[in-house]
Ligand binder design. Structure first.
Ligand SMILES: CC(=O)SCCNC(=O)CCNC(=O)[C@H](O)C(C)(C)COP(=O)(O)OP(=O)(O)OC[C@H]1O[C@@H](n2cnc3c(N)ncnc32)[C@H](O)[C@@H]1OP(=O)(O)O
Ligand SMILES: CC(C)C(=O)C(=O)O
Length: 561
């Protein structure tokens, strides 16, 4: 890195638009979307797409809802020419979808481009030339008047060719390539030259497409440039004002959004931000940003995973796991406080109310994603995530203090494993902690319960401890108290709850009992799961005694089997 970048780089100057209106505008409707996945996206791939792949991609774009698709650069490659012809000859373009073909402003290339879409119901021909000072000087060796002459001549040539083929409804798209780096008066002159040469008028609209070919300033500068053009363009009512942002500074989405606030009616981009260098603007993100503001984008991403997998197959480029809306990890929360808030948010969210689940800007279900992936557990996670997974996957609702106790078990495991803990592993840990015992430990064998005098319950309880089976009889006001007395341990039951796990004939009961004993700080929990509710509660008591590591009295006065 240079210590003095100012000796090598210079800031793009601000635009003198002091009465700018865009900062207080809101986007209230979707723009016209144009997908350039098959052109700008395709030209940025290691391996350009085959005709068959392009056909599949085109079909997917139409299914998503694009009404305008840039299908290629037919004068540049036989593959593109052949693909465009197949779309038309095989009648693969629905009536409400318009193909667009791009060409440099050169006569031979324009003629070939028009040829490629001959016979289409409607077609946009996209003509471009770079207008920024460096390109004028270094690439074209042209002064401004010569650049204007080039536009005038080539648009007129295109008009002549298309006028001769009236069976197609022709639309001109003119792009001053490198617009964002071009002096505004030069860019305006270029666009107005194209508008006049095309003879834009009612029924003969023109698309003026303003790119950040290379992003060169903060997005507010681009918004100023767009608002200035929006105010100054000739025949504005017959012009569809379009933008084509790239993402060199990582602000392509912001540039496209601010540009719409500044007057842009149409946006060109690629799915998941594919495209030259750092990509074209990401249309998925733009569309779903709109959706989360309550504006339907008129693009269907209700199965975002399917779209992502297919685009990965077409482009051979993986979607980043943190990609907005589509990344594998964007609906996961590892950190405890986030999990806690999400869990509470899901519980509080009413089906027909405005979405307000903390940390989740969109309902994953709206993208065809399930809640399964929302919460994942690692050593940064707290009780909320563990409790959520146990409840969702196993129907086990932990009392709050038990969430704290059990999440410490999971955290120890996560730290030791130095990895994420799956829901399956959490369940295994739960069973190991509360339900399973080593053969030397205290385990439940059976019980028999009968009514005693004064509403008492008399239990005959059998257990195994240190390998020996024992049975003892005792009475209590309920099975839990009777079982506690039968065990003859120093243990106080502090709370008890029982619920069903699942429903129908196969439903199990889960009993959770909290208790304490002298010498052990605080309380611990025991769990019993059984088809019979009383058996579950007695098993929970034995689980608690095991967890408290209470000493059982010598088997002297127990009936030993
Ligand atoms: C910003 C963008 O992404 S725009 C799209 C960019 N995509 C591509 O360029 C890929 C497709 N292009 C190609 O494959 C080739 O450029 C072709 C087939 C179209 C043309 O190839 P060639 O005839 O060999 O020309 P080449 O690519 O070298 O173009 C350079 C010439 O075109 C001129 N030129 C470049 N762009 C334009 C333009 N938009 N309008 C007019 N002339 C142009 C240059 O000044 C140069 O002229 P010169 O040879 O007199 O100096
Ligand atoms: C031709 C134009 C619109 C382009 O692709 C760009 O500037 O990135």
């Amino acid at each position: 890195m240079l210590n003095q970048p100012a000796t090598k780089y210079t800031a793009f100057p601000p635009i003198a638009l002091h009465d700018r209106q865009w900062p207080s505008q809101q986007i209230t409707k979707p723009p016209v979307w144009l997908s350039t996945d098959l052109r700008d996206g395709n030209q940025a791939l290691f391996e350009p797409m085959s005709v068959e792949t392009k056909i599949r991609f085109f079909t997917r774009l139409v299914d998503i809802g694009f009404k305008e698709v840039e299908v290629g650069f037919p004068s540049a490659s036989q593959t593109d020419f052949h693909f465009v012809r197949r779309l038309i000859d095989e009648k693969r373009i629905p009536d409400d979808v318009t193909p667009m073909v791009i060409t440099q402003a050169r006569e031979d290339l324009i003629a070939r481009t028009v040829e490629s879409v001959r016979g289409a119901k409607r077609a946009i021909v996209h003509l471009y030339n770079a207008t920024a000072p460096v390109w004028r000087k270094v690439v074209f060796n042209m002064e401004v008047p010569q650049v204007m002459q080039l536009i005038q001549d080539r648009v007129a040539y295109l008009k002549k060719l298309t006028d001769a083929a009236p069976e197609t409804e022709w639309v001109l798209q003119y792009s001053p390539e490198t617009f964002s780096a071009t002096e505004l008066d030069v860019a305006l002159q270029a666009c107005n030259t194209a508008i006049e040469a095309w003879n834009a008028r009612p029924g003969r609209p023109v698309i003026i497409n303003l790119p950040t070919t290379v992003e060169n300033a903060t997005p507010n500068v681009f918004a100023d440039q767009i608002e200035w053009m929006h105010r100054h363009l000739n025949q504005r009512e017959h012009v569809v004002l379009s933008v084509h942002p790239h993402n060199d500074r990582g602000t392509g989405v912001a540039a496209a959004e601010l540009a719409q606030m500044a007057g842009a009616q149409r946006v060109e981009g690629c799915l998941f931000g594919n495209g030259e260098r750092c990509g074209n603007v990401d249309i998925v993100t733009l569309a779903l940003n709109l959706y989360t503001q309550g504006v339907h984008p008129r693009l269907d991403f209700s199965d975002i995973n399917a779209v992502a997998r297919e685009v990965e197959e077409f482009t051979q480029i993986a979607t980043h796991p943190r990609h907005p809306y589509a990344g594998d990890l964007v609906f996961t929360a590892f950190s405890g406080s986030h999990q806690d808030a999400i869990k509470k948010g899901f519980a509080a969210q009413k089906a027909d109310a405005i979405w307000e689940v903390p940390y989740l800007p969109i309902d994953p279900a709206d993208l065809g994603r399930t809640y399964d992936s929302v919460i994942r557990v690692n050593s940064q996670s707290g009780k909320g995530g563990v409790a959520y997974l146990l409840e969702k996957d196993h129907g086990v609702v932990l009392p709050r203090r038990m969430q704290v106790e059990f999440s410490a078990v999971v955290q120890r495991h996560a730290e030791a494993a130095d990895a994420e803990v799956s829901s399956e592993e959490i369940w295994k840990l739960f069973k190991n902690t509360y339900l399973r015992a080593e053969h030397t430990e205290l385990t439940y064998i059976s019980h028999h319960l009968q009514e005693g005098p004064n509403d008492q319950q008399i239990i005959d309880l059998s257990w195994r401890w240190q390998g020996d089976a024992q049975t003892r009889k005792a009475a209590g006001s309920g099975p839990v108290e009777a079982a506690c007395k039968a065990l003859g341990v120093d243990m106080q039951v502090l709370s008890f709850e029982e619920r069903s796990m699942g429903s129908g004939a196969d439903a199990l009961a889960i009993a959770i009992v909290e208790g304490s004993t002298s010498g052990v700080q605080g309380s611990r929990f025991g769990v019993g799961i059984h088809r019979n509710t009383t058996t579950a509660s007695v098993m929970a008591l034995i689980s608690l005694a095991r967890r408290l590591e209470v000493s059982l009295p010598e088997p002297a006065d127990a009936k030993t089997n």
